[in-house]
Design a protein around this ligand. Structure first.
Ligand SMILES: Cc1cc2nc3c(=O)[nH]c(=O)nc-3n(C[C@H](O)[C@H](O)[C@H](O)COP(=O)(O)OP(=O)(O)OC[C@H]3O[C@@H](n4cnc5c(N)ncnc54)[C@H](O)[C@@H]3O)c2cc1C
Length: 408
């Protein structure tokens, strides 16, 4: 049996930050990270397309987060807000910059820098790390915990579980940490993939526009009921819609009976009348052009053709002058409200995060301590909270890790 004062299960973003704070605050206590993969911080290296979007200028705005822990965020951010997190990055020696959307990245533009600085600090503090060590059971015995990992046993007074979520399993994620917490009596809000692309039901049109990127407004409906609207760049793949605006809507889809995404690709957003006027004008201005080129002034040709086909326009080699009034109306409607029935996301492999996790009411937001098991702390994505795209998930992972580390 290996005895330690503080054990952290999971050496990801939140676990590493938690270990740094735990040891800084308790230099005389022994702190150990147990990590099931052969190295710590593997997922962190893949974040932000390898650039690590680590927080956001608007990170303390609770509207960017979803899940049962959301109502605790204001309290939590009173203990550690975005400026405190910045200070912590600075203490690690990390220089950051923000882009014009308020997203913060390491100045090196390289996720490896963030991981390296965390690793250096853990080494300086003499935090012990055991890799290739999957915790497979936790037993609470009076005022201590016994963690089993294969044949090895570890005991501690304070235990932190920061095992993340099963999103992107190729990076080593799974549900094992949540199962351990469930066995300790925690309620686990069912998991589903979030921040992922949305596969559309009718794929006939998609291969022709694969690779196209277009700015627009995206609205998610459940049947006729509007759920949420986002705007930004929409990316078309051969079977799915992607892009940050789509990712942000994906978190809601699992709950919907009849999820439909509507794209408004009108260059002037809400001005339907102006669009109709221009289309009618173009019909007379460019009457001898072929219909397949009718939308070339707005979109790359393949997107224009896909819109025309979706509007029910046939025989695209006819002259533009042949377009009927109804056809012009249909084109305008399609540009303004291009509908796609959406498949519910079920594939963790394409998700950046998961919704679900430990029920928010069971964790004290001032300390991240479990309200069910004394001495147990839970941080990062294991908690039922997920953020929008833009650095909000790492912000929560780091911030909750800091609070847990300062509280153990
Ligand atoms: C491709 C991708 C890109 C992303 N980009 C961004 C981004 O730019 N900005 C952003 O804010 N968020 C991003 N995210 C989300 C972000 O990475 C996560 O929210 C964050 O890493 C969660 O931190 P965590 O510490 O809770 O979990 P993780 O970082 O997943 O760490 C959990 C650790 O626990 C270990 N573990 C699990 N179970 C056990 C066990 N039983 N025993 C021992 N160890 C265990 C795992 O191996 C892992 O190392 C991205 C995610 C992905 C997949």
């Amino acid at each position: 049996m290996v005895n330690k004062d503080i054990i952290i299960i999971g050496g990801g973003a939140s676990g590493m930050m938690c270990a740094v704070k735990a040891k800084e605050n308790n230099p005389d206590k022994s702190v150990l990270i147990l990590e099931k993969q052969n190295k710590i911080g593997r997922k962190l290296l893949s974040t932000g397309n390898g650039r690590c979007n680590l927080t956001n200028l608007d990170a303390d705005n609770t509207e960017h987060y979803h899940g049962s822990f959301k109502k605790n965020l204001k309290t939590m951010f009173k203990s550690c807000d975005m400026m405190n997190l910045m200070e912590q990055f600075s203490n690690l020696g990390l220089t950051v910059f923000s882009d014009n959307e308020g997203r913060y990245y390491p100045f090196s533009n390289h996720a490896g820098t963030v991981l390296d600085l965390l690793r250096y600090r853990l080494k300086e503090l003499k935090v012990e790390i055991v890799c290739d060590c999957k915790a497979d059971s936790i037993e609470k015995k009076e005022d201590s915990f016994i963690v089993s990992a294969g044949k090895d046993k570890y005991s501690c007074k304070k235990l932190v579980v920061s095992t993340g979520s099963p999103a992107s399993p190729k990076l080593g994620s799974d549900k094992s940490g949540l199962s351990l917490l469930e066995k300790l009596g925690h309620k686990i809000v069912p998991l589903s993939p979030a921040l992922c692309l949305l596969e559309v039901e009718d794929k006939a049109i998609m291969p022709s526009i694969k690779g196209v990127r277009q700015k627009g407004i995206v609205s998610l409906y459940d049947g006729d009921e509007l759920i949420k609207t986002e705007s930004g760049e929409i990316q078309f793949t051969d079977s799915s819609l992607s892009g940050i605006c789509i990712f942000n809507l994906s978190s809601y889809v699992q709950e919907l009976k009849n999820p439909i995404v509507s794209l408004n690709l009108n260059y002037d957003k809400d001005n339907y009348g102006q669009l109709l006027y221009i289309l009618k004008l173009n019909k007379t201005r460019f009457k001898t052009r072929e219909i397949k080129n009718f939308l070339d002034g707005f979109y790359v040709n393949k997107l224009g053709v896909a819109l025309l086909k979706s509007a029910g326009i046939n025989k695209l080699n006819r002259p533009v002058s042949a377009l009927s009034k109804d056809e012009i109306d249909n084109i305008c409607d399609t540009i303004y409200n291009w509908k796609f029935a959406v498949k519910k996301p079920a594939d963790y492999s394409k998700a950046q995060v998961c919704s679900g996790g430990v029920f928010g009411d069971e964790i004290n937001p001032k300390t991240m301590e479990s309200k069910k098991v004394r001495g147990l702390y839970i941080c990062g994505e294991a908690v039922d909270i997920n953020g929008d795209c833009g650095g909000f998930n790492l912000n929560f992972a780091f911030t909750s890790g800091i609070i847990a580390g300062e509280s153990v």
